[in-house]
Ligand binder design. Structure first.
Ligand code: PAF
Length: 281
């Protein structure tokens, strides 16, 4: 496994690989790799000749300085995990390498980046789109892999690729959960022992909502979820939305549209956890 730090070096490497007719699968990450990330690498290995993983904690997608500073970093262990999966190349640029000049690009994804995460984390998706667009430009992958835990991010990346005619196939990958149901996230590492014990309650609530949705209207279901989460003294709900999986528009009733997803964000102390469940899938 080769580790590359410079844009020019990875570009040269990719050029040589492509000249040999090899296909490239790309998995962008911010490190602190868990089984969720590793499932993306495994899928990419099956579908491509070469797999490139990037590890870059992208400062411009954090709207909270503390969150950026406390984001878990363990590069040694990340590299071991990638090595074990036979990842071919790891791109690990530093901030200067990715942003030699302060980035100025402004993206507008219409409704998609104004709701949910877009509303509660202003500038977040601009930062994500900027870095992912740059990676696509540098690496020119055939396929790129994104987890469905960040469902809105996935939707926006699909839109980015359409809007800018980027010739890459976006491959969505299902959420990977701990055995107790907690969605895997690098942020789980920051939970205290007590918070970690409570955290699966988020998914348990989503599962109950899915099982019982017919008993409630959409508004009632959202209120029920809100009450259930806030009943848990360790948790504070930031938002819950029931939206169309394509447009991310909230719906008023279940007949409105077939593919609905419940998206939720919950704080445990200062740790912000995101999760979702598809209603009719
Ligand atoms: O999902 C993430 O880890 C990040 O948002 C991504 C896609 C690597 C961009 O920094």
């Amino acid at each position: 496994m080769k580790i590359i730090y410079k844009r020019s070096d990875i570009k040269d490497k990719v050029k040589a690989l492509k000249a040999n007719g090899l296909t490239i699968g790309f998995v962008p990450t911010m490190g602190a790799l868990h089984q969720g990330h590793l499932s993306l690498i495994k899928k990419a290995k099956l579908q491509n000749d070469i797999v490139i993983c990037s590890i870059f904690v992208n400062p411009i997608q954090f709207n909270n300085q503390q969150d950026l500073e406390k984001y878990p970093r363990d590069y040694e262990s990340d590299l071991k995990k990638l090595e074990n999966l036979d990842c071919d190349l790891v791109f690990m640029p530093d901030v200067e390498e990715m942003y030699p000049e302060p980035p100025t690009q402004k993206y507008d994804f219409g409704f998609l980046d104004k709701v949910m995460e877009g509303k509660f984390r202003p500038g977040h998706f601009n930062g994500v789109a900027t870095v992912v667009h740059k990676f696509f430009d540098i690496i020119e992958p055939d396929k790129a892999y994104f987890g469905e835990k960040d469902f809105q991010q996935l939707t926006i990346i699909k839109r980015l690729v359409k809007d800018y005619n980027i010739p890459v196939e976006i491959v969505p990958c299902p959420i990977v959960r701990e055995s107790d149901g907690l969605a895997m996230s690098s942020r789980n590492l920051r939970l205290t022992k007590e918070q970690r014990i409570q955290a699966p309650y988020i998914y348990q609530t989503l599962l109950k909502a899915k099982e019982n949705y017919k008993k409630f209207s959409v508004i009632e279901l959202k209120n029920w979820i809100k009450e259930e989460i806030n009943k848990n003294s360790f948790m504070k709900l930031e938002y819950v939305e029931i939206v169309d999986m394509q447009t991310l528009h909230s719906v008023n009733n279940y007949n409105d549209i077939k593919n609905l997803i419940i998206c939720i964000v919950v704080f445990l102390g200062e740790i912000r956890l995101i999760d979702n469940i598809k209603l009719f899938y």
